[in-house]
Design a protein around this ligand. Structure first.
Ligand code: SAH
Ligand code: SF4
Length: 382
């Protein structure tokens, strides 16, 4: 368990700043810019959040920071380790009067050649995709920068102290990749997510290359255009349907940004992207979007966008109204795409025993809207 550092009200939380913002803050309190870089490195490169340990800072500066600033990490409420090594943290955000709290989840997925951390960006989500348990619970609030980067800080700090989590080959890292694929729509919390990703990629912090940071979006077209200018990381797009009628139903943001607009935005994004393809995510819902005809339609809509496909077996949750596609159906769907020359991966479900699989990351969020009780319509059939 971590102490919640940010209990001292009215202190400036230094974990909310990227390096430039921290420099501006230090200048504003009459300190030299290089002091900001030192503190930034202590926080993120050395995982040190104790002023006393920041030995290259003058005692007078440490005293000043002690009185006016804090290192406010979110609180870890629960940690679980799966049989397959997947690890999940339940991160508490606000304590409620009834004793519950709003929580988000962070998941670490170890593989032979990489360690991937799946990070949340919002408490709940407003976009109401019908097959997503986060979407069912409605929107609560955006996470702050410190709550987003705090997930990476906590995971790094914990894993480095644990037996059984080795450094990756030829590297001093355990976490080599970050995916913004946890709870929430990252592009709906644009400023905080971009600032947190800038910290992830800063050489004085976590030093991840932008090829190794992937943002997954359900398709907020204007923000995709902004992201390609501000912080062009690798892009995954949650497509899930091969025509507007079905996508309108299961990914309702499609009514605002239909498939054609989304595909055009993907093409524009690729001009600046660190990889020369977009990954299209496609959750396989039995009898809803998984027919051979759907696969053929899909080939038609992505024609102009260099891409790979990631087929995600639907992870069920109570009252979802959906079933997981049968493995034969997933394979037949995959084969249509592969025969057309596309690279297709079928996502292995990891961490199922600790409810850490995709779309299951919402179990403990307070349901303000009671929407989970409503049985949602099943997608239209072709
Ligand atoms: N809001 C963003 C990122 C978070 S969701 C987005 O939608 O892309 C991450 C991925 O999990 C998305 O592709 C989403 O569609 C998928 N997902 C959501 N619920 C799921 C479920 N029950 N089973 C499998 N995948 C799910
Ligand atoms: Fe939100 Fe993504 Fe879930 Fe849709 S799939 S409701 S955008 S978190």
């Amino acid at each position: 368990m971590f102490e919640t550092f940010d209990t001292k009200a009215k202190l400036t939380n230094l974990l909310n700043y990227n390096q430039q913002q921290l420099t501006d803050y230090f200048v504003s309190i009459g300190e030299k810019p290089f002091r900001a870089k030192q503190v930034f490195r202590w926080m993120h490169y050395n995982h040190t959040l104790e002023l006393d340990a920041m030995t290259d800072l003058a005692k007078s500066l440490r005293a000043k920071l002690q009185d006016t600033t804090s290192f406010g990490l979110p609180e870890v409420q629960l940690e679980k380790v799966s049989n397959d090594g997947t690890r999940k943290w339940l991160i508490g955000t606000d304590n409620q009067k009834d004793g519950t709290s709003n929580s988000v989840e962070t998941v670490f997925i170890p593989e032979a050649d990489r360690g991937t951390l799946c990070i949340s960006s919002q408490v709940g989500c407003a976009l109401e995709c019908t097959f997503c348990s986060t979407g069912r619970q409605g929107f609560n609030r955006n996470l702050s920068v410190s709550e987003i980067i705090g997930q990476l800080w906590i995971a790094n700090h914990t894993l480095r102290q644990e037996d059984g989590y080795d450094m990756l080959p030829n590297s001093d890292r355990i976490i080599s990749n970050v995916v913004m694929m946890g709870m929430g729509e990252p592009l709906a919390n644009y400023d905080n997510v971009v600032t947190a990703m800038q910290i992830m990629m800063d050489d004085h912090a976590y030093g991840l290359s932008r090829r190794r940071v992937t943002l997954s979006t359900s398709g907020l077209v204007p923000q995709m255009d902004r992201l390609k200018e501000d912080c062009p990381v690798a892009l995954a797009v949650s497509l899930h349907a091969p025509n507007d009628a079905l996508r309108d139903e299961i990914v309702p943001i499609n009514k605002k940004y239909p498939i054609k607009d989304l595909m055009n935005a993907c093409e524009r994004y690729l001009v600046k992207a660190p990889r020369d393809f977009v990954t299209f995510e496609y959750v396989m819902l039995d009898g809803v979007n998984d027919s051979i005809e759907h696969a053929k339609q899909l080939l038609g809509i992505v024609k102009h966008v260099p891409c790979k496909f990631n087929l995600i077996p639907f992870n069920p949750f109570p009252n979802s109204g959906y079933d997981t596609s049968k493995p034969e159906q997933v394979n037949a769907f995959r084969d249509v795409l592969m025969q057309a020359g596309y690279v297709v991966t079928v996502r292995k479900t990891r961490g199922d025993d600790i409810d850490a699989a995709c779309g299951q990351l919402a179990g403990k969020v307070l349901d303000k809207t009671q929407r989970t009780k409503k049985v949602m319509p099943i997608g239209v059939q072709l």
